[in-house]
Ligand binder design. Structure first.
Ligand code: HEM
Length: 488
């Protein structure tokens, strides 16, 4: 071999050695990162994960949390869903920027219901502006006028009850909340003249959102067709209302008016289609969630007489101070009632699972100090229904104990901001939380002041089959009118 040949052999050997080295390092690295992937739920190939999931996500989380800890993955068909259980691992879920963890893909199934040009049908920059419209429509000055309407609606509704009787509390509260939401959100025209038509149309929209719609939102099935027809008719109704307000120059004190008056940063006003879509989104976000929470609050108060009498005592104190008047500021003084609602909502959050799509790799550390790498492409999930009952955060987690939020205990803050997540938190925390509490307090302060109750049906259970998990069956109560004597 001459010198030239030697050089070629040496270069060739060096090249081969480099490739082997690179392969070894990358194998080592990939081994390391594979080792740090979260454990995967054992299930039959292809559909096993789906079957476990369909059996009930909370049952699955409970079983797997015991075996695998606070971070684990389930393969559902061709998707990987990674669960984060507990405040220690869910901070990134709540705080990550949209470029890392987004809602748009996983909540796409809402688009045919909300309609085009709003919320999950628009890019994040526009959605942020639309959520600014929500924030403005729900600020304290607005809430004050909504509360006045909530109080009138409650007085009006319960004035139609007799001296005594038996009612399905769930049905009654659902009905009252639709009326109140119509008044405060959809506006006077709908509440006063079009209530029956519009609530029938919303009923069709509601029924068009089924578990199957999450995977195939446009499947041509009868309930989707009814949904689309109802959506189109709602658009026509709001076209007429918005036009008539604009032509007459008449302004009202409702969310509809706020959306009509809203403007994007570039000065563009909202279109009729956007206004309608945002109102539908508000109703979907707030109506069932609030009525379910009102019913659970009642069921627990009637079951645990001690908390009922604490809540009644608080009403007496406020009546001594303010007379019969109820407004925003007086509702804000109802701490006992607030804690009773909050505790019902901890045990029964209607939104049992929150989802995001990951767009970049990230790492989470469990409270035991184990680190997991979550690859981009995973769907990530957290569950208020499960996380709200973790025993290392909430003492005797299955017990109804509103005092756990009292000064000195404050278990909802035990492990930081994401200990209690019925309203989500962080970047996408619920914008309607104050509205919801005010509405439920307005209803229950009226009921506590004017009626005595007895629960006559068995204590209710969760209706896990509903998209927004509600109360199963009827909640029958006997009522008797009473006048709360403040001197008592
Ligand atoms: C008890 C009643 C309610 C409960 C339990 C509730 C729960 C939630 C939860 C868990 C989220 C977070 C979703 C996620 O992170 O993916 C959320 C977001 C939201 N909620 Fe509520 N909600 C309630 C009432 C309301 C009401 C009355 C409104 C409006 C009138 C409303 C408007 C919104 C909006 C606009 C968002 C989206 C915020 C964002 O993505 O930035 N909610 N809600």
């Amino acid at each position: 071999m001459d010198l030239k040949e030697n050089k070629f052999v040496a270069a060739g050997l060096l090249f081969a050695a480099t490739i082997v080295f690179v392969k070894l390092v990358s194998a080592l690295l990939s081994n390391r990162s594979n080792n740090r992937l979260p454990p995967t739920i054992k299930a039959l190939p292809v559909i096993g994960g789906l079957l476990r999931f369909m059996k009930g996500p909370i049952v699955m989380i409970r079983e797997e949390y015991k075996k695998l800890g606070s971070v684990f993955t389930v393969n559902v068909l061709n998707r990987r869903i990674t669960f984060f259980v507990g405040p220690e691992v869910s901070a990134h879920f709540f705080k990550a920027p949209e470029s890392d963890l987004s809602q748009q893909e996983v909540y796409q199934f809402n688009v045919p219901t909300f309609g085009p040009g709003v919320v999950f049908d628009v890019d994040y920059a526009v959605r942020q502006e639309q959520f600014r419209f929500f924030t403005e429509a729900l600020r304290v000055t607005k809430l004050k006028s909504y509360v006045d309407q909530m109080v009138v609606e409650a007085e009006d509704y319960f004035s139609k009850w007799g001296e005594s009787g038996t009612v399905d509390l769930k049905y009654e509260l659902e009905h009252l909340i639709i009326l109140t939401a119509s008044r405060c959100l959809l506006g006077r025209e709908v509440r006063d003249k079009l209530f029956d038509d519009v609530s029938a149309l919303f009923h069709d929209l509601d029924n068009g959102m089924r578990p199957i719609s999450v995977i195939f939102p446009y499947l041509p099935i009868p309930c989707h067709r009814r949904r689309d027809r109802a959506r189109a008719r709602i658009a026509e109704i709001f076209h007429t209302i918005i036009n008539s307000r604009k032509v007459s120059g008449r302004a009202e004190d409702d969310m509809l008016q706020c959306f009509i008056d809203s403007k994007y940063k570039n000065g563009r006003p909202t279109t009729e289609g956007e206004i309608t879509g945002l109102l539908i989104a508000a109703l979907f976000a707030g109506q069932h969630t609030s009525s379910i929470t009102s019913t659970w609050t009642g069921a627990y108060l009637l079951r645990y007489k001690q908390f009922l009498s604490d809540a009644v005592e608080e009403q007496k104190n406020l009546m001594r101070k303010h007379g019969d008047k109820v407004d925003h500021d007086i509702l804000s003084e109802m701490d006992v009632l607030f804690r009773c609602i909050k505790e019902a909502l901890r045990l029964h959050p209607p939104l049992i699972m929150l989802l995001r799509q990951s767009h970049s790799d990230f790492t989470v550390k469990t409270r035991e100090g184990i680190e997991y790498d979550i690859p981009k492409g995973h769907i990530v999930a957290t569950s208020p229904a499960f996380a709200n009952r973790l025993p290392h955060i909430f003492k005797d987690p299955d017990t109804y104990d509103p005092d756990r939020y009292a000064v000195g205990r404050e278990e909802d803050k035990a492990a930081g901001a994401f200990s209690y997540i019925s309203f989500g938190g962080g970047r996408h925390g619920c914008l309607g939380e104050p509205f919801a509490y005010l509405q439920i307090k307005a209803i229950w302060s009226h009921l506590l002041r004017n009626f005595e109750f007895e629960l006559v049906s068995p204590f209710p259970e969760n209706d896990w089959n509903a998209m927004v998990v509600g109360v199963k069956g009827e909640v029958m109560v006997k009522y008797k009118r009473r006048q709360l004597l403040v001197g008592e």
